[in-house]
Design a protein around this ligand. Structure first.
Ligand code: Z5A
Length: 207
């Protein structure tokens, strides 16, 4: 049985991850792949509990270190329970956010040193990394205006434009450093054009 592929989707607020995740899932299923769709933080009952701890607005300030450790705790559980078993049986895993979010939000946004994040990445993941990461890139104001049409902002969505500009810059930096693993798609285009670009990326990966 061949090992499956691990694909992650990333981006800032309102970039259309949920919408395009469904497109990628359908595209891969159409190629006859078994696709496991999951998300971070979350993906198992315990990790989903950690997710709600992380996203809930609260009066108590959240220590950035506590936030970082909670994210990696959820990730450890998710990898053992969902991601690794699925890859081992040959499924393709499609994950809504993964460790690039940590580099972007906790690194770029909160200012955590990359090397510190890297230590936790190695501790929790060993040498497991996504085979391909799709970064949906959008102008921050445009993304926020799309996101505001949805529900009440959670603890992350209430951050400043400056914070999200730093998150976006961190994503771009990751992609520039390892262009073989990342594909950056302009998510400010109409949905049809975005999905045309995503399909081109998937064709390369599939072939
Ligand atoms: N986080 C972290 O800090 N560190 C980590 O390591 C990890 C996560 C793993 C929860 O993530 C939070 O966790 C996240 C970072 C933190 N911060 N926040 N917020 P999440 O992924 O659950 O939350 P989200 O970023 O809000 O994702 P989302 O719900 O998937 O939203 P979305 O990407 O914006 O997707 P959408 O709902 O598909 O699109 C938004 C709207 O735009 C919707 O009405 C669409 O119909 C519309 N849309 C989509 N595409 C288009 C186009 N092309 N044109 C026009 N309109 C469009």
């Amino acid at each position: 049985m061949s090992q499956g592929k691990f694909i992650t989707i990333e981006g800032t607020e309102g970039v259309g991850k949920s919408t395009n995740l469904a497109f990628v899932r359908d595209w891969l299923s159409g190629q006859g792949r078994e696709v496991v769709v999951t998300r971070e933080p979350g993906g198992t009952p315990l990790a989903e509990e950690i997710r709600s701890l992380l996203l809930t607005n609260r009066a108590e300030p959240v220590s950035p270190t506590a936030e970082l450790l909670l994210i990696f705790a959820a990730r450890a559980q998710h990898l053992e329970q969902v991601v690794k078993p699925a890859l081992a049986r040959g499924a393709w895993v499609l994950c809504d956010r993964f460790t690039d979010s940590t580099y972007a939000y906790q690194g770029g946004g909160r200012g955590f040193d990359k090397d510190r994040i890297g230590l936790l990445e190695t501790l929790v993941q060993g040498d497991l990394r996504p085979d391909m990461t799709l970064i949906l890139d959008i102008d921050i104001e445009l993304g926020l205006s799309r996101a505001r049409q949805r529900s009440e902002p959670d603890r992350f969505e209430g951050e400043t434009v400056r914070f999200f500009e730093q998150v976006r810059a961190a994503y771009r930096d990751l992609a520039a450093r390892a262009p073989e693993r990342y594909a950056v798609v302009d998510a400010g285009q109409p949905l049809e054009a975005v999905q045309k670009d995503i399909a081109k990326v998937l064709e390369r990966l599939n072939g």
